[in-house]
Design a protein around this ligand. Structure first.
Ligand code: BDR
Length: 325
C-alpha cells in the first residue's frame, strides 16, 4: 500500500538524483569521481548500532576501491514495503551493483531478481534469502552462533533449569538460524534444560521487545535463563529483567553488542554476548560487488565470524577490535 512515507522517500530520491547531478556528496555517500562505479548498500534498518558498523565498513571499502557508495535503508527492520521501494528506486536510478541485507527472506527475492535481470549484480549480506539470483553471500554463520549461545547458557546454568528464548521476527533469516542453532545446542549440550517458551517474537523495536519480555517474565515467573537473538531483542529483555528486579539473577545470553549491553555484561546482568563483525560484512560486501563488476575472482560465500564475548575476554585485542563503539 503506497503511503505518505513512501511519497516522502520518493521525493527524497528525486532530490538526491537532482542534487547529485548538481554538486558533490550526499549524506551516506563517498564520492570519488563522477564517472565512478555506483554501489547501493541497503541495510535491513538504520536504527540499530549494528547497521552503523555495516555502513562504516561499506564506506571504507568505497574509499579503498575508488567507488561511490549510496547508503539507503528503511528505518525499522519490519518495513518490508519500504525496503522493496528502496531496491526498486536504485534499480530505476541505475546503480552498477547492489549490496543488500534482506529484512525478509521471501519478499525481497523478486526485487533482487528484477535487479539482476536489468544487469545489476546483487551481493546479499547479513541475512539469507530463500532463492534469488544473487552472486555472493557475506554473513555470520548464524546457526553456529546460536549453538555457541546455547553452550554458554548451559555452562552458566550448570546444564539444568528452565529457559526461555526470545525470538526476533518471522522472515528474518539471520535470527531464525540463530534460534534454530540455540535450540539444537541446548539439546546437544544440556538435555536436562527445559525450554519453557520458544514461540515469542520481540519485533523490530526495543519497546516491543521490552513488552514481549515483560509478558514472558510475568507469565513464566520461574524462568532461570534466557536467550535473545539480536541487538534490539537483547536490549528489550535486559530492560524487562531490570524492571522486574531480576537482572543478574536470571542467566542471560544475547546476540550483538552496543554500549548499553557491554555495560550490562560488566555489571553481571548479562553473561555472554555473541558478537558479529558488521564492519567486515559491509567491507566484504562492497569488495565482492566490485570484483563481480570488474570480472575478477570473488568468494561465493564469506563467513565474517562471531565471537562469544564475556567478562573474561572483554579486554583482549580480538574483542576490542569488534566493540570499538
Ligand atoms: C542483527 O540482527 C538481525 O536483526 C540482523 O540480521 C543483524 O544481524 C541486527 O540487530
Amino acid at each position: 500500500m503506497f503511503t505518505f512515507k513512501h511519497l516522502i522517500l520518493l521525493a527524497g530520491f528525486a532530490f538526491l538524483m537532482f542534487s547529485c547531478g548538481q554538486s558533490g556528496k550526499q549524506e551516506g555517500e563517498t564520492q570519488t569521481s563522477d564517472k565512478g562505479i555506483k554501489i547501493a548498500v541497503i541495510p535491513k534498518g538504520t536504527t540499530h548500532s549494528y547497521w552503523k558498523s555495516v555502513q562504516a565498513g561499506a564506506m571504507k571499502a568505497g574509499e579503498d576501491l575508488g567507488v561511490i557508495i549510496l547508503w539507503q535503508g528503511p528505518q525499522k527492520e519490519d518495513d518490508r514495503q519500504m525496503q522493496i521501494q528502496v531496491v526498486q528506486n536504485f534499480i530505476s536510478r541505475g546503480v552498477n551493483a547492489m549490496v543488500l541485507a534482506p529484512l525478509d527472506d521471501r519478499s525481497l527475492v523478486q526485487p533482487v531478481n528484477t535487479a539482476v535481470k536489468k544487469g545489476i549484480p546483487v551481493v546479499i549480506i547479513d541475512s539469507g534469502l530463500s532463492g534469488g539470483d544473487y552472486s555472493s553471500f557475506v554473513a555470520t554463520d548464524n546457526f553456529m552462533g546460536g549453538k555457541m549461545c546455547a553452550k554458554k547458557l548451559a555452562e552458566e546454568m550448570s546444564g539444568k533449569g528452565k529457559v526461555a528464548i526470545l525470538r526476533y521476527q518471522e522472515g528474518s533469516a539471520s535470527t531464525g538460524k540463530r534460534e534454530e542453532g540455540f535450540l539444537a545446542g541446548i539439546k546437544e549440550y544440556a538435555p536436562s534444560i527445559e525450554i519453557v517458551v520458544d514461540n515469542q517474537y520481540a519485533g523490530a523495536t526495543i519497546e516491543k521487545a521490552f513488552q514481549t519480555s515483560q509478558n514472558m517474565l510475568n507469565r513464566y515467573a520461574d524462568i532461570e535463563g534466557v536467550f535473545a537473538s539480536n541487538e534490539s531483542a537483547t536490549m528489550g529483555m535486559l530492560r524487562a529483567l531490570k524492571t522486574a528486579g531480576r537482572a543478574g539473577k536470571v542467566k542471560f545470553v544475547g546476540f550483538d553488542a552496543n554500549k548499553d549491553l557491554l555495560g550490562a555484561l560488566k555489571a553481571g546482568e548479562i553473561q555472554g554476548l555473541a558478537v558479529q563483525d558488521p564492519y567486515r560484512m559491509g567491507y566484504e560486501g562492497v569488495k565482492a560487488a566490485v570484483a563481480i563488476l570488474k570480472k575478477q575472482p570473488f568468494e561465493k560465500n564469506v563467513d565474517t565470524g562471531v565471537l562469544m564475548v564475556t567478562n573474561e575476554n572483554l579486554a583482549t585485542d580480538e574483542v576490542k577490535k569488534l566493540i570499538n563503539f
